[in-house]
Structure formats: structure tokens, C-alpha cells
Write a protein that binds this ligand. Structure first.
Ligand code: PLP
Length: 374
């Protein structure tokens, strides 16, 4: 057999989804409410679907082949509106087929000796892709004691993955939190990879939608945003990364994309352009936020997140583990959550509930979980 990448051996985090699938197979009820899913629960907005379809028809009328690896200018120009206050240029915006891809591939830009910091609990790709790329990785605990906001380490790291609003905790970083991180990055010659997949869910005035609201962030931060959750693109795939010239990384990423990537498809980018102005897509985000708010209110104390995010981070009753409470929710209440420990060891003691659902389901959930509310 060919020699394989030895770093696969470093992936120690248990993959929880096969275990959950097995438990679901064994589950006998027929009234399961799935709050485990981190995927959209509503269909693609009709105007977005129309834009994608129109682009397909256009492709049947004239040849439209490879597009620019960086993405079509029509979409990149439209995205400038999101950044009009921060002096971002069109050449600093790169379209991709999902930020999962960019979060992992960005490792190509950094020296193999770079030390990476990831958050725990966190979205698995941060740590796993860094390990696969052979990087040294340390974790930053996000626990109740620090309100689930990672604190800069005492040692120097080169690359930092931050995520706000966070998945799985649903907690968002305030301006002060981000200022603390920009200052750390500036004094350590580090770069922040800012995963803003849920930026579209931010409603609190003290929570920046973009890290570039913080002075100096342009030279130390890359921001990644996705159409997945804010416009129901999980099945279509479109996202963008902002890599300001001041980071010194724009040309490297452009080179990387032109070597290893042939771009996001034309119809999908036409759909994304429409999504930027789709009232139906915005209304869907509001629905998910309403679901999150109603569930948060019903569960009362011991639940975090759910304000600027579709996720709630629920502390399990004393004496139980994440998995034990997962089983109670499933077997006794016929509700599916995700054991927090699946997102990192600091997630032990919590379950993640997702509000990617509808209000009628939330009402039923609150009836079933009434006993826990206080
Ligand atoms: N980052 C976070 C925090 C996520 O929760 C997700 C998807 O669930 C992603 C990135 C992946 O986004 P995309 O669908 O754009 O690849």
C-alpha cells in the first residue's frame, strides 16, 4: 500500500454522528422532533430558485464555461455593500463553494511550523484540518467560567480560529471581545481566521457583524461568511472569504485558488446574488431566530446562546453527562439534541439544541420539556 498521510493518526476526536444514527435506528417512537440538525429546515427561497433556474436556462442558450477562480465580479461587487464601511476592495473578496472548504484549505498559506489555536468546543474542521496539515494545535476552552468566550493564550500562536456567533455554543463575541483578540494578533504577528457563518443571525448592537469593525483588524484577520445558513444554501454551496491586502496573504490565496480551484458554479453565484436581496431568505432567518428565542424563554436558566444564533447550549442536569442527557431527551421526550462533548472535551455537560425548525415544533418541544423549565 502507498504511504499515507501520517497525520490522519492525529484525528482523535470521536465521530459522534454514526453513534447518533445508530441510536436513531434503535429508537422506536414515531413522533421524534429533530433539534440536532445544523441544517436548514425551510425550503430554498423561491426567488433564489428562480435566479438559479434562469442562469441554467441562460447556459442552455449560450456557452458559459469556467468562471474566475475568485468568483464572478457581479457577486463580488455586490458583496462590497456588506463592507462599505471598512474600505474592502473587490480584489480582496473570494467566492467559494462553502466556508468549510476555505477554513480547511487556508492551511496551505502558512508555514508548516505555525502553531494554531482552535476553540473547544468548536466546529470540528478548525482543529482537524490543522492536524491533517501537520500543524501544532492548542485549544482555547470556551466554558461557563469565561462565558464561552475564548481568551488569548499566554503563549504565542500564529493562527487563531475564532467563530462568532459560535457553533455549538450559540454565544457571540462582543466588540470588546474582538478588540482583545485583534490586540493579541497585532502583538504576536498572528492571523485570525474569523468564521462568521452565522453573521446573518446577529441582532445585538454590541455584537459586530464583521471583525473589520475593530480598528486594525484589516491587517490581522480573514473573515469568512456563508450563504448556507442565512439563505438556505447548504445544498447549493456558496460562501466568500475576505482577505485584505494588509494581511499580506491576498496574492497567495489568489495563487492558491487559481492552482487548486476552478470556482463556484455560475448558476449558484446567480442564486447568491439574488439571496443578498431576497426578502424570503431574510424572513427565514427571522423565523429561526424566533424559534431560538421561544425555546430559550421556555427553558429558562441554564441555557446559553439562542439570541444571535440558531443554536442553544443547554447545561445538562447535575450528575449527568452529555450522552446520558442526550439519551433522556431521546428516549423519554422523543427529542434529538447533540451531546456537547461531540464538539470537544470542554463541551461535556452540555447539549446543543438547534432552532432550525418551525414554531409549531418548538411549541411541542416546550410542552414536552416543561419539567426542565425554571
Ligand atoms: N462554520 C460553522 C461554524 C458552521 O456551523 C458551518 C456549518 O454548519 C460551517 C462553517 C460550514 O459552512 P458551509 O456550509 O459554508 O461550508
Amino acid at each position: 500500500m502507498v504511504k499515507v498521510n501520517p497525520h490522519y493518526e492525529r484525528l482523535k476526536r470521536p465521530i459522534i454522528f454514526p453513534v447518533i444514527e445508530q441510536k436513531l435506528k434503535e429508537f422506536k417512537g414515531n413522533d421524534l422532533i429533530n433539534l440536532g440538525i445544523g441544517d436548514v429546515a425551510l425550503p430554498l427561497a423561491f426567488d433564489v430558485a428562480q435566479a438559479v433556474s434562469a442562469a441554467m436556462v441562460e447556459m442552455s442558450q449560450k456557452p458559459i464555461g469556467y468562471g474566475p477562480a475568485e468568483g464572478y465580479l457581479f457577486l463580488r461587487r455586490a458583496l462590497l455593500d456588506e463592507y462599505s464601511n471598512y474600505n474592502i476592495g473587490v480584489d480582496e473578496i473570494f467566492i467559494s463553494d462553502g466556508i468549510n472548504t476555505d477554513l480547511a484549505n487556508i492551511a496551505d498559506l502558512f508555514d508548516p511550523t505555525c502553531k494554531v489555536a482552535t476553540i473547544d468546543p468548536g466546529y470540528p474542521v478548525f482543529g482537524d484540518s490543522s492536524l491533517l496539515a501537520g500543524k501544532q494545535v492548542i485549544t482555547l476552552p470556551c466554558v461557563e467560567e469565561n462565558n464561552f468566550i475564548p481568551k488569548p493564550p499566554s503563549e504565542k500562536v500564529d493562527v487563531i480560529y475564532l467563530c462568532s456567533p459560535g457553533n455549538p455554543t450559540g454565544v457571540a463575541m462582543t466588540r470588546t471581545d474582538l478588540e482583545m483578540w485583534v490586540a493579541y494578533a497585532q502583538s504576536n504577528d498572528a492571523i485570525i481566521l474569523f468564521d462568521a457563518a452565522y453573521a446573518g443571525f446577529i441582532t445585538s448592537p454590541d455584537v459586530p457583524k464583521s471583525i473589520y469593525e475593530i480598528e486594525g483588524a484589516q491587517s490581522v484577520a480573514i473573515e469568512m461568511r456563508s450563504f448556507s445558513k442565512s439563505a438556505g444554501f447548504t445544498g447549493l454551496r456558496c460562501s466568500y472569504s475576505v482577505i485584505p491586502e494588509a494581511t499580506g496573504l491576498t496574492k497567495l490565496w489568489k495563487r492558491r485558488q487559481n492552482t487548486k480551484y476552478n470556482g463556484c458554479s455560475y448558476p449558484v453565484q446567480c442564486g447568491a446574488l439574488q439571496a443578498l436581496k431576497s426578502e424570503e431568505s431574510s424572513a427565514q432567518v427571522k423565523t429561526y431566530l424566533q424559534c431560538a428565542g421561544a425555546l430559550k424563554e421556555a427553558l429558562g436558566q441554564n441555557v446559553y446562546g439562542g439570541i444571535n444564533s440558531p443554536y442553544l447550549w443547554w447545561k445538562v442536569p447535575d450528575g449527568m453527562s452529555s450522552w446520558e442527557f442526550f439519551d433522556v431527551l431521546l428516549q423519554e421526550h422523543h427529542i434529538l439534541g447533540i451531546p456537547g462533548v461531540g464538539f470537544g472535551s470542554c463541551g461535556e455537560g452540555f447539549v446543543r439544541l438547534s432552532a432550525f425548525t418551525t414554531m409549531d415544533k418548538i411549541k411541542e418541544v416546550t410542552n414536552r420539556l416543561g419539567a426542565y423549565a425554571h
